[in-house]
Design a protein around this ligand. Structure first.
Ligand code: PAF
Length: 298
């Protein structure tokens, strides 16, 4: 039977005991409204550990005042059932006051990798993420933290947090799970109207087109980005935040990528009031001729 733990002290006491027994702990941080993307993280967590903790905490500090903190989908009973069915040992579900008691005054700010893309569109978002994730790590004392590739910039930020602060935890990044038309699974997909749900597969097709071009030899960043823009523009109602590519570790944006370089293509946009993000990884192939004719400047 899965246990629900509400306090950090109790969580740490259990984690200490597990560690004394030589057990490996994995944590899956979530904001709930669990879907198959989350359960795939739980499965990976289980493969790496003896004890799986899923955290369920809608973190207010990573939402800007105009964002969807109050309306973020929540359903504790459903989340409890899903986490238990997927073999979690503990659901760590603190209240806001437990995580941020009166007088709480710390915020972790990571530079560089937080400054563009999501960081630029959502100022302060990654300070909130880094601070809460650090607290979730110290509360659960986990050996492994499992995160989804869908929030790619978040995974880069968390890896930087772990490296820079020498946190004793290994980060595992798990592949994005998709619906049959390519839409990346997300708790926010429930907001989409029927029409926008149909349109939403455009993110996947834009990413796929850019990846195809890369595989055929395109390495000019502006052209790769333009391929995504052109595809996204076919849906007139879309409001684009960004459709960009960058080095997958540093998020640097050179004019031209180097052969063998690992890059990530990222999209953030609104369909109706719903903000969707998605990304895809690609490796610039080696040994292909300079500028393939097929993808001329757009
Ligand atoms: O990816 C999320 O759901 C959140 O950003 C996280 C990592 C649980 C921190 O609140």
């Amino acid at each position: 039977m899965m246990k629900v733990i509400k306090t950090i002290k109790e969580m740490q006491r259990i984690a200490d005991k597990l560690r004394e027994e030589g057990k490996k702990i994995a944590v899956v941080p979530t904001m709930g409204y669990l879907h198959e993307g989350h359960t795939s993280l739980m499965k990976i967590a289980r493969e790496h550990s003896d004890f799986v903790i899923t955290t369920l905490f809608v973190n207010p500090t990573q939402f800007a005042p105009h964002e969807d903190f109050t309306t973020y989908p929540r359903n504790f009973d459903r989340d409890f059932r899903i986490a238990e069915e997927h073999g979690c040992d503990i659901l760590f579900n603190p209240e806001v006051d437990e995580m941020y008691p009166h007088g709480f005054a710390t915020s972790i700010k990571i530079n560089n990798v937080t400054e563009k893309f999501e960081g630029e569109k959502r100022p302060g978002h990654f300070d909130g993420v880094a601070t809460v994730v650090c607290k979730l790590f110290t509360a659960t004392k986990a050996h492994f933290g499992v995160f989804g590739q869908k929030d790619v910039q978040q995974t880069i930020v968390i890896k930087k947090l772990v490296d820079d602060l020498n946190l004793d935890i290994k980060i595992i990044v798990a592949p994005t799970l998709r619906q049959s038309d390519g839409l990346a699974m997300s708790s926010r997909n429930v907001y989409l109207s029927v029409k926008d749900r149909t349109r939403s597969s455009i993110l996947y097709s834009a990413l796929t087109k850019a990846k195809d071009a890369i595989e055929k030899g395109e390495k000019r960043r502006k052209i790769i980005n333009a391929i995504m823009h052109a595809e996204l523009r076919t849906i007139h109602s879309i409001k684009l935040d960004y459709a960009m590519s960058a080095d997958v570790e540093t998020l640097d944006e050179p004019e031209e990528y180097l052969p063998g370089q690992h890059i990530v293509m990222m999209i953030a946009c609104f369909l109706g009031k719903t903000r969707l993000i998605d990304n895809m990884l690609a490796t610039i192939p080696s040994g292909i001729s300079e500028h393939p004719e097929k993808f001329e400047e757009m």
